[in-house]
Design a protein around this ligand. Structure first.
Ligand code: ADP
Length: 404
């Protein structure tokens, strides 16, 4: 049984094809710059045990054309992995915002489409292109079961004390202003991985999971469920990110508006695209910033100090929220690959039970790796995330529930 995973963005489609139950994707790829002057498709497939790649530059006008092209590549004589499009039993779609309604992956029907459309003002950059992907895939694969897997779903288990803001009640009651949290698929994936690796049942495991990529968030997990997370009403809150500010006193916005006469779209751009590491250093790629820091660059040093200190503060807060922590998990581009960040985040947490081993920490994690010293009461794990695989697994679970 084949499951296609689609992550449809505003100008891109990321895809992976899985054999149900397998960990390794049969094919993966990315269609980029859809609707621009020059688009590109990168496709990678494993054929007869060998990895084959193809990159093609061409004009791709819209998502329909993009996904058609993906289908052609999946069926291609040379680089394809499918005999027929009808071999795809289900399609798992990443959908960013499922609001309070969706805490589980769900088979897509008209109701769900309407709900995702209604939630578009909460995720204006994501939900509309996610819907576009669903529409096109439903047209091109009419016989496949279409399943939505929501970024917000994992965090629906948070208690009200964690998800409510201290603003007048009607803003929650009438307008849904609360913490939703994001990156749920990744936090859930590494939670399951940690549970399996540590041999502790999911409903007994307490973790702090730090997803540190271009976007970054950190989650407190009690008994395998999210009980608090650093992103909030939108993915702007919490940790310092590549181009996003993370936590900020809301009064800064009033100042920007009244004193600097910035408009809301300008403030939006400032905080989402021009802040975070790029705001502090002019770079958003952490590798470049670490290189600059190593050469003695003060700006890079300060930015890394702000970045790692913010994560450390959240770890402290989530230790207090959880009471007992089995492991701290680092994942995504930075979490898996930056010994510097992991080291500086954990420095000073020894008294709280987190003791890193400098040699063990000095790795790029390609598999689950323990980084703590032998006498560390709390484990520290680097776990490669795999959101596509998690979406495929959840899609399969939904299929099995529906057929059983
Ligand atoms: P996305 O959120 O786009 O999926 P990733 O999870 O791929 O992002 O993470 C991208 C980030 O990971 C970039 O800032 C990149 O610099 C960082 N990164 C990747 N490899 C390393 C490394 N070896 N050392 C430090 N940072 C790294």
């Amino acid at each position: 049984m084949k499951i296609l995973v689609i992550n449809s963005g505003s100008s891109s489609i990321k895809y992976s094809l899985f054999d149900a139950g397998e960990q390794q994707a049969l094919a993966t790829g990315l269609v980029e710059r859809i609707g621009e002057d020059s688009s590109r498709i990168k496709h990678q497939a494993v054929i007869d045990g060998k990895s084959r790649q193809l990159t093609r530059d061409l004009v791709i006008e819209d998502h329909r054309q993009g996904l058609k092209l993906v289908t052609e590549l999946l069926l291609d004589d040379q680089i394809g992995v499918l005999a027929s499009a009808a071999d795809i039993t289900a399609i798992g779609h990443r959908v960013v915002h499922g609001g309070e309604r969706y805490s589980q992956p769900t088979v897509i029907d008209d109701d769900l489409i309407e709900a995702v459309r209604t939630l578009a003002p909460f995720a204006p950059l994501h939900n509309p292109p996610n819907l576009q992907g669903i529409e096109v895939a439903s047209e091109l694969f009419p016989d496949a079961t279409q399943v939505a897997v929501f970024d917000t779903a994992f965090h629906q288990s948070m208690p009200a004390a964690a998800y409510r803001y201290a603003i007048p009640n009607y803003l929650y009651d009438d307008h849904g202003i609360r913490v939703y949290g994001f990156h749920g698929t990744s936090h859930l994936y590494v939670t399951k991985q940690a549970s399996q690796y540590l041999g502790k049942p999911l409903d007994e495991i307490n973790l702090i999971t730090a997803h540190l990529g271009n976007g970054a968030s950190i989650t407190a997990v009690r008994g395998g469920k999210s009980v608090d997370t650093s992103m909030g009403f939108s993915p702007l809150a919490g940790l310092v990110m590549g181009t996003r500010s993370g936590d900020l006193d809301p009064a800064v916005l009033f100042f920007l508006g009244t004193k600097l006469a910035m408009s809301f779209p300008e403030i939006d751009r400032l905080l989402n695209k021009q802040s975070g590491m790029i705001g502090l250093t002019g770079n958003n790629d952490l590798r470049d910033i670490e290189d600059r820091q190593a050469e003695g660059d003060d700006q890079a040093q300060l930015a890394l100090d702000v970045y790692t200190y913010r994560i450390k503060k959240y770890i402290g807060a989530y230790m207090a929220a959880l009471g007992h922590v089995d492991a701290i998990v680092f994942t995504a581009g930075v979490g898996e690959n930056s010994p510097y960040v992991r080291w500086h985040v954990c420095q000073g947490l020894e008294g709280l039970g987190v003791i890193l081993d400098a040699d063990k920490n000095d790795i790029l994690a390609r598999e689950i790796t323990e980084l703590q010293a032998n006498d560390s009461p709390i484990k520290v794990l680097a776990i490669p995330t795999n959101e596509e695989l998690e979406i495929a697994r959840q899609t399969l679970e939904v299929l099995q529930e529906n057929s059983g």
